[in-house]
Design a protein. Structure first.
Length: 599
């Protein structure tokens, strides 16, 4: 019956969805003015013919083509000028701008389409530096209104900033000998040094800061940015984004590193030949030592790059999941309204019908006594006399259950701003989470015992996500153990207010408990299952992104990684205790927001 109701509602909603889609397609026909930097290779620049070129330029054109709208790309001579153009409304979108919290207060940002690292550039002969701290009190060239310029100004970092219009101007100013240092984007700076044939400027501290590089629009202009977000997601899915990334960004930094390596080792070879055979043995030993050090450094760099690639992939998948949740929120919001309307009528009319049946009951009983049994709805009145009140009560309970399910779905799928500032009762979070996955718990025994707890400062939606993930993992562990036990307790009925911990039985089941550690000021949540357990060698890797023992059944290895990240954002910890063949216990520790236990 429920399936029929949902199907009918989808057909009713289809014209409205079609109309909205037509309006969106009409809006896509408008030309969007995109601004950028004319001297920021290889991301965006003017080629030899004076035409826009670079990774972001091609990315913008590909997004416009796949989304079906027109763009006009304008690359300004000054980055400061382009920022002003966006603020004045002369351009709609900036196609390449680094994200920062301060900028997000006045701009709308897309998910990052790339990541830009920044390095310290130094003039040959300048005193040696290796970190930002070494620049304190010195004059440092920065790109005007660039993200590093904003960083130094807003944090009050003690340097003497020297603004330049473009990265190219900054490199040329550094090469002129007027100043000793510059903090610039790594790839644009290296690109310009090589292209201009500048010999007296080099990178002395690589990748000191890495920033997300995004599309951006004026605050409130989310509609135009949504087109770029959707187009970017489509290009990632089709593989075209990877092709553009390999074309423009794949080997630029590697080439610079290789050239530096070749120059250093060529010098070593020349010096070794000049020294002659008399020092050849000694030099050989030194060279071997240098090679060993360099090899170790390269191995470390490879590991760092692999980890950065995994983190980037994780962030991308989280962004895709966030988009899915946003779409789900919109769908659930509309469906909830359409389902609650008829369900509200059911909840309103059922008590009236129950009252009617109660009022006409004596009349029907009298007729039954006088005339004998008769048909009512195709069944004998002698049977329906007892069945009808029971059926009406069942219908009332079912309608209330529909309302609760819809309310829980709205609550779970509601878009969260990820702020962890609300006061949350963990017991309420667990109860809501268990209602959401009630159907998944039907085949397993679940017991939930709780203590009154102090409130926790956090985000209830994200904490629900953690509880849901942990309990579903426990269900899968029990299924993998070959459990055939049916639910002895209803998950929402077997909730006991008890201060003692749950005594785990030998049967297959899931046990959720809460407690409070007064000494540590921590709220404790334990999720135990006596399923297959986890081998000791895998325990330390459970929260690693993409590590999973369920790859063949569709596991992505992201669930526990995301759960760990959420708990850390709340200032807490997640721990695992397991024994193969016996079971697993997951322990969440969250700092309480108050010292007194909630009564």
């Amino acid at each position: 019956m429920m399936l029929r109701v949902v199907t009918c509602l989808l057909f009713l909603l289809f014209p409205a969805v079609t109309s909205t889609a037509q309006e969106a397609m009409h809006a896509l026909k408008d030309r969007i003015i995109v601004g950028g930097n004319s001297a920021y290779p290889p991301y965006e620049f003017l080629d030899a013919d004076g035409k826009p070129a670079g990774f972001v330029v091609e990315l913008t054109n590909e997004i416009a083509e796949i989304m079906g709208f027109d763009v006009s790309i304008t690359l300004g001579e000054s980055w400061t000028g382009m920022r002003h153009a966006l603020e004045k409304g002369e351009v709609d979108v900036l196609q390449g701008i680094s994200y920062s919290e301060d900028r997000s207060k006045i701009l709308e940002f897309s998910p990052p389409h790339s990541f830009v690292s920044h390095s310290i550039f130094a003039r040959e002969g300048a005193p040696s530096v290796s970190s930002l701290d070494d620049l304190r009190g010195k004059e440092v060239i920065l790109m005007g209104r660039g993200v590093m310029y904003d960083y130094f100004v807003q944090t009050g970092f003690q340097i003497l900033p020297v603004p330049a219009k473009t990265v190219g101007d900054a490199v040329k100013l550094l090469a002129s000998g007027k100043y000793d240092y510059a903090v610039l984007a790594t790839l644009p700076g290296a690109y310009i040094i090589k292209d201009a044939g500048i010999k007296n400027v080099k990178i002395v501290a690589r990748s000191i800061e890495t920033k997300q590089y995004c599309y951006a629009a004026k605050k409130g202009n989310k509609a135009v940015l949504a087109k770029f977000n959707e187009g970017l997601a489509l290009l990632r899915h089709t593989g075209r984004y990877k092709e553009l990334q390999d074309k423009w960004l794949g080997g630029a930094e590697k080439s610079s590193v290789a050239w530096s390596w070749l120059a250093q080792h060529s010098l070593i070879i020349v010096v070794s030949l000049v020294l002659g055979l008399s020092v050849s043995l000694l030099w050989s030993r030194v060279l071997k030592r240098q090679v060993a050090i360099r090899t170790a450094a390269l191995e470390h760099e490879v590991e760092e790059r692999k980890r950065a690639a995994e983190e980037l992939k994780l962030h991308q998948q989280q962004l895709v999941q966030a988009d899915k949740m946003a779409a789900l929120g919109v769908l659930v919001s509309g469906m909830a309204h359409e389902i609650n309307n008829p369900n509200g009528l059911i909840l309103l009319n059922l008590p009236v019908i129950s009252a009617v049946m109660k009022d006409i009951g004596p009349i029907l009983d009298a007729h039954y006594q006088q005339q004998g049994d008769f048909k009512m709805g195709g069944l004998a009145y002698s049977r329906m006399h007892n069945e009808v009140p029971f059926m009406l009560d069942e219908m009332q309970d079912a309608a209330k259950r529909i309302k609760r399910i819809v309310d829980d779905l709205k609550h779970f799928s509601r878009t969260s701003d990820a702020d962890c500032n609300e006061l949350v009762d963990i017991n309420d979070v667990i109860k809501t989470s268990l209602r959401l996955i009630d159907n998944s718990l039907r085949r397993s025994t679940l017991r939930y015992r709780y203590q009154p707890l102090p409130l926790v400062k956090g985000n209830s939606h994200r904490l629900e996500q953690v509880i849901v993930n942990l309990v579903l993992n426990a269900c899968q562990a029990i299924d993998a153990a070959g459990s055939t036990a049916k639910a002895v307790f209803s998950p929402l009925v077997d909730i006991v207010n008890a201060c003692e911990d749950v005594k785990v039985s030998s049967g297959k089941g899931i046990y959720v408990t809460t407690a409070y550690d007064h000494d540590a000021g921590s709220v404790i949540v334990k999720v135990h299952d006596n399923g297959v357990g986890i081998p000791p060698e895998n325990l330390s890797r459970l929260t690693d992104p993409f590590f999973t023992t369920k790859r063949e059944s569709g596991g992505t290895g992201l669930g526990l990684a995301i759960s760990d990240k959420i708990i850390r954002e709340h200032g807490g910890l997640i721990r695992f205790e397991s024994e193969p063949g016996v079971g697993t216990t997951v322990i969440l520790l969250l700092p309480s927001a108050a010292s007194e236990v909630r009564s």
